[in-house]
Design a protein around this ligand. Sequence first.
Ligand code: UDP
Ligand code: MG
Length: 323
Amino acid sequence: MGPSRKDCDLPTLAIVVPCYNEQDVLPLTIARLIVELDTLKVNGLVAAASFLYFVDDGSSDLTWPILSAARLDNPSVCALKLSRNFGHQSALLAGLLQARTRCDVSISIDADLQQDAGAMATFLERHRDGAEIVFGVRKSRDTDSRFKRTSASFFYRLMGQMGAGVIPNHADYRLLSAKAMAALSEYSEPDVFLRAICMQLGYRSAIVEFDVSERAAGVSKYSLAKMVKLAVNGVTSFSVAPLRMITLIGLLVFGITLVMSAYILCAALFFGGVVPGWASTTLPIYFLGGVQILCVAIIGEYMAQILTGVKRRPRYLIDEELP
Ligand code: UDP
Ligand code: MG
């Protein structure tokens, strides 16, 4: 380590930042990340050609004008504008795939400065020690609302039980080497769930813990609908456990039906005087109706995955680039 190292030995870093309507926080973020990048350069961790790569995910506010102005002030600010809002995961993927040809290593980070950018130096040290992927894991969830904390922990438990590997409390603050980005580019699925794909790559990885703070400005861009979509996609694109669960429910209901049939037959044939019960008739109707709709819905989610998969539509469209 140290500035004595020749620049050509150092990796060119791209810091990839997806932004959706982030006009309130962007000026702070740009300033903070420029300082961080310059520090990494001065400390001899990354090459002088390293750059910031912002992806405007179809914002309707001043995000793009702010990025364009920042670019004029500082040539290490690069930006990509998508044609519309494609969602966080697609925007991040767009940034990684576009920046990949110009860098040796990337670090993705949110635009809201919640993740401690100071941890990037440690990410790069782990990479230098041989890790192709470095996962940033948040130390605590104290800054989150109770709803976000509970829903996140439920989601990680669910994903774990479904057999889809994700690291609890790792979102998308992550280092990827050129090799890992090349592997990622081979994944052609429509709705990428990056944290699980990165686990699946199988390359040597490391974990770095970092501190979380409040959003520096603006409000969360992850609506409840977007969170549910991410969770459903995370499960259905990495696990078929819900489909197996339907088989188990089917077997269970079939078993109960056999027992009930035997009971009803015996009652009718041997004991007589059977009064048709209201409760025992209506309850199974409600119960089985609910189970059936749930099962159809689960199958529908997988069908939706297949449908969007076979259409092979582009996962993002580029409107403009400031390379
Ligand atoms: N984001 C995006 N497209 C979207 C929603 C969010 O690019 O459709 C970006 C957003 O600008 C931010 C990151 O994804 O950089 C994480 O979003 P946010 O911080 O709002 O989520 P939270 O931390 O509340 O889960
Ligand atoms: Mg955030």
